[in-house]
Design a protein around this ligand. Structure first.
Ligand SMILES: Nc1nc2c(ncn2[C@@H]2O[C@H](COP(=O)(O)OP(=O)(O)OP(=O)(O)O)[C@@H](O)[C@H]2O)c(=O)[nH]1
Ligand SMILES: [Zn+2]
Ligand SMILES: [Zn+2]
Length: 232
């Protein structure tokens, strides 16, 4: 199963980008499932369901969303395998700018919108700096000059990334991103995989620098997603 982590600030267009990209891939995407991580609430499940994509939602609630993500992502991969997905997308919003959900060996995408101001790329930490692909949305509603400066600042923050302009409404950019999605590495399990960046200091093993994924590494303040009856 191929896995892609898609992260970015709230409302930048992550779901639009994902759904347009999947639609553009048609049968080449195979059986696709998604997990949405958010802090307090999300309406994304309705968007994914309407597009025929099985979706599980995880809300961090009172927990740090970054810790919640890393404590659950391997369970999501297991759910994906049980559901026979060919491609699993993990969309996360509400993570702090200090952190990053990207994992070594898993395609990591950061979505930012050109509307957010030209200095935003340098304010977003490893979520952008350590991504393999940075997708820039909403270029349709800023000037050519702003688009260019924004893109320049993304390049300065992450010189290694593929940078893609994407219109989340028309789907322009979907073909190229789709190519990256279906070329993403196949991942059997995340147990033993490592985050690209450590979580902040607090009270669970991840707070004190643990980067290994898997139940063996999870103690203390850990809460798990309920997958209900969504497996297909
Ligand atoms: N003009 C314009 N609007 C866009 C573009 N991409 C997305 N939008 C709009 O931005 C709004 C938010 O899009 P979503 O795809 O829900 O954003 P998101 O990042 O998934 O949001 P959360 O998951 O709630 O954080 C919607 O109204 C989209 O139609 C774009 O490229 N241009
Ligand atoms: Zn979304
Ligand atoms: Zn954080």
């Amino acid at each position: 199963m191929r896995i892609v982590t898609v992260a970015g600030p709230p409302s930048v267009g992550k779901t639009s980008v994902i759904l347009k990209t999947i639609a553009g891939l048609e049968s080449a995407a195979g059986h696709v499932g998604a997990v949405k991580f958010d802090s307090l609430s999300t309406l994304d499940d309705a968007l994914y369901s309407r597009a025929g994509v099985p979706i599980v939602t995880g809300l961090a609630g009172s927990l740090c969303p970054d810790h919640y993500f890393v404590s659950n992502i391997d369970d999501c991969v297991e759910w994906g395998h049980k559901s026979n997905f060919d491609l699993l997308i993990a969309e996360s919003a509400g993570l702090c700018n200090r952190c990053s959900p990207h994992i070594h060996g898993v395609l990591g995408v950061c979505v930012v919108d050109a509307l957010s101001g030209v200095h935003t790329p340098r304010k977003i930490g490893p979520m952008l700096k350590l991504a393999d692909i940075v997708v820039i949305t909403k270029g349709d509603i800023v000037s050519q000059a702003e688009r260019e400066v924004f893109s320049y600042n993304v390049r300065a923050a992450n010189p290694r990334a593929v940078i893609l302009s994407f219109n989340g409404i028309t789907g322009q950019g979907a073909t190229e991103l789709g190519h990256h999605f279906i070329s993403a590495p196949n991942v059997e399990s995340l147990a033993g995989s490592r985050l690209r960046f450590s979580m902040p200091s607090a009270v669970c093993p991840y707070c004190i620098g643990e980067t290994s994924i898997g139940t063996d590494h999870q103690r203390g303040n850990v809460r798990k997603i309920s997958f209900g009856g969504t497996a297909t």
